[in-house]
Design a protein around this ligand. Structure first.
Ligand code: NAD
Length: 256
């Protein structure tokens, strides 16, 4: 298992559903991993679960705060001296409501984490990768970054923004040997979907789930491992000619 041998990977949202499973896959393939998330207690739990697989550094940070981003980048550099892979994954779902009922403070919060946080991470990590002359960035978008989704317009706006930033970053970074791609999952079985199901149909999450699954040709949600395996491919040297691309992992949902 050596697809990421000797590589150093930062994963934001690293104690969440998709982040932690991806960390496990990266470690299994030989990477050292830096997990970034809001709460040290959650990071400690994740690190304890993963510790037998390899080298794990945890940094508590809010990705929307520039000083926190500087802190996770500098701690990664102090410990490992390089950053080969950046899985820019932290995100929040926001509130479920039609546009006319969305609170602008909630809109701002979703954009602050999903766009500003992702952008701040890019600003600081790309400087390191540019100097190294190598690196692979995987930005977390969503099928909601490629199509509309009623009720979650701030989230949709934020995930569409990720596509534009990814393309621009890929164009700027190509000459330095740095690749930047985005991934676009459909509903995946994590805490985030439980929260959204409750938002769509309060008290009837199972029914909301069944309705969402009708839009997925394969008939069911994905699992975090489905996303992790795609991210692993984009992180590894198996994808060295791929940049500026949008990859769906969505059971066919985006084919509508
Ligand atoms: P999750 O809630 O389990 O994980 C998200 C993680 O991000 C959490 O651990 C959370 O603490 C962290 N986070 C939130 N705000 C942060 C901040 N300001 N600073 C640092 N960390 C922060 O959900 P998940 O499903 O694992 O989501 C991971 C990513 O995948 C998100 O960007 C999400 O939008 C995206 N995504 C999820 C789905 C899905 O259906 N679950 C589908 C498409 C895209």
């Amino acid at each position: 298992m050596t697809r990421l041998k000797n590589k150093v990977a930062i994963i934001t949202g690293g104690s969440g559903g998709i982040g932690k499973v991806t960390a496990r896959r990266f470690l299994e393939e030989g990477a050292s991993v830096v997990l970034v998330d809001l709460k040290q207690a959650d990071l400690d739990t994740a690190a304890e679960e993963l510790k037998d697989l390899g080298d794990v550094l945890t940094v508590a940070a809010d990705v929307s705060q520039e000083a926190d981003v500087a802190s996770y980048v500098s701690k990664a550099m102090e410990r490992f001296g390089r950053i080969d892979v950046f899985f820019n994954n932290a995100g929040i779902e926001g509130k479920v409501a039609p546009i006319t009922d969305q609170k602008i403070e909630d809109f701002d919060q979703v954009l602050a984490v999903n766009v500003r946080g992702l952008f701040l991470g890019l600003q600081q990590v790309l400087k390191v990768m540019q100097q190294q002359g190598s690196g692979s960035v995987i930005n977390m978008s969503s099928v909601a970054g490629l199509m509309g989704s009623p009720g979650v317009s701030p989230y949709v706006a934020s995930k569409h923004a990720v596509v534009g930033v990814t393309k621009s970053a890929a164009l700027e970074m190509g000459p330095f040997g740095v690749r930047v791609n985005s991934v676009h999952p459909s509903p995946i079985n994590t805490r985030m979907m439980r929260s959204l199901e409750e938002g769509f149909q309060p008290g009837h999450g199972e029914e909301a789930k069944a309705a969402l699954e009708k839009d997925i040709p394969l008939g069911h949600y994905g699992e975090s491992i489905d996303v992790a395996n795609l991210v692993l491919f984009l992180a590894s040297d198996e994808s060295t000619f791929i940049s500026g691309a949008q990859y769906r992992v969505d059971g066919g949902m985006g084919a509508h």
